[in-house]
Design a protein around this ligand. Structure first.
Ligand SMILES: NC(=O)c1ccc[n+]([C@@H]2O[C@H](COP(=O)([O-])OP(=O)(O)OC[C@H]3O[C@@H](n4cnc5c(N)ncnc54)[C@H](OP(=O)(O)O)[C@@H]3O)[C@@H](O)[C@H]2O)c1
Length: 252
């Protein structure tokens, strides 16, 4: 079988380098055929690839979406930190081309998503919910895309509202904790690749689910795996890594 021809946006960045390393270790499976940067014609650059992988910044979303739709290519988005408008544009484009958007490509973190849903269901409303994430000093967005996804899962199971119940950090005279709050806390420092803890704090007991990434390789390998999966899918909705791994409720 021919290797999957991949075009990579954000190739010069930390994640871009990790994807390049991973693809080069598997030349029989993946061929990086384009790494367009600022000022390049992305539609033309995508013409001969099977799929596009993006690890850049949310600022590139408009140009990226326009180019994949024009070139009619599946897109794997690893970039995090999109606002509602950016997400809306990605959702609109997903009607024309297959798009997979994953806050985190590691198998471990996707298992954490699944475990978080289950633990929230089992522990019920008497447990206070907090998410703590730690990343390297250069990370731009906060909270991390993975922390946002964890918060979405908690809010979904407990039927809470992100607008009303989210408490991103607490400062000053914050007062006693409300039962419905979901706290989210961002720690930044050094070269930490990424750590996420979901804390379920009850009276007399506490459950903590933690994932620690030691290298970016797991994200890179997951993004390439997602691209190989996505080229076999139809457009119509945004996919995520839980689809690739078969972790959706109801999947066998
Ligand atoms: N989904 C996951 O599993 C996962 C894991 C880790 C990180 N991430 C996310 O992936 C993204 C990249 O992270 P990183 O640590 O690799 O960042 P980084 O080292 O800062 O790299 C950013 C890349 O984007 C490019 N870029 C930025 N603005 C651009 C523009 N306007 N046009 C074209 N290219 C542009 C940069 O190119 P220049 O060299 O030209 O500046 C660089 O190649 C972040 O959103 C991060 O949160 C996701």
């Amino acid at each position: 079988m021919e290797p999957l021809r991949v075009s990579l946006v954000g190739a010069s960045g930390r994640m871009g380098q990790a994807v390049q390393d991973c693809a080069r270790r598997h030349p029989e499976t993946f061929a990086l055929i384009g790494m367009p940067g600022r000022g390049d014609d992305w539609t033309a650059a995508f013409e001969h690839c099977d799929a596009v992988i993006d690890f850049s910044l949310p600022e590139t979303t408009d140009a990226l979406i326009e180019a994949v739709v024009a070139a009619r290519k599946p897109l794997v988005v690893g970039t995090t930190g999109h606002d509602d408008e950016g997400r809306g544009r990605i959702a609109q484009a997903a009607k024309s081309v297959p798009i997979l958007l994953a806050a985190n490509f590691s198998v471990g973190v996707n298992a954490l998503f699944w475990l978080t849903r289950k633990a929230t269901e089992i522990l019920g409303p008497d447990f206070d919910l907090e998410v703590i994430e730690t990343h390297h000093r250069l990370k731009k967005d906060a909270p991390s895309g993975t922390a946002r996804r964890l918060v979405e899962i908690l809010a979904d199971v407990r039927r809470l509202s992100l607008e009303r119940d989210l408490r991103p950090g607490r400062v000053g005279n914050a007062g006693p904790r409300e039962a419905n709050e979901i706290g989210v806390h961002s720690v930044r420092g050094g070269d930490v690749v990424g750590e996420h803890t979901v804390l379920f704090a009850g009276m007399g007991e506490r459950v903590e689910l933690t994932h620690r990434a030691a290298s970016r390789e797991t994200f890179a390998a997951g993004a390439l795996r997602a691209a190989a999966w996505l080229v076999r899918q139809k457009s119509g909705r945004i996919y995520d890594m839980e689809d690739v791994l078969g972790l959706r409720e109801g999947d066998s």
